[in-house]
Design a protein around this ligand. Structure first.
Ligand SMILES: [Zn+2]
Length: 79
């Protein structure tokens, strides 16, 4: 056993690099899909308080989910 060897024969340093890259890619994917959604919701929903709250919540949930999923997928690609 080589010390420091982690997932799939990758050392912990390389793994950390891959994780960082995956996180950055995921952030871009999340922002890139969340912005059009936010714009669409702003244009399509009426400007009352409840609709705005719903829109903000939907956008937050969307951002969280897409970044989580994109991070997973990016990790699979990069490793
Ligand atoms: Zn390495």
């Amino acid at each position: 056993m080589v010390p420091g060897l982690a997932v799939g024969g990758m050392c912990s340093e390389c793994w950390a690099k891959v994780v960082r890259r995956a996180r950055r890619i995921a952030q871009w994917v999340a922002v890139g899909t969340t912005l059009p959604l936010a714009l669409y919701m702003t244009l399509s929903l009426p400007a009352d308080r409840t609709s705005r709250l719903v829109a903000v919540l939907a956008v937050l949930i969307w951002y969280t989910l897409t970044s989580l999923i994109a991070r997973r997928v990016a990790l699979e690609w990069l490793k």
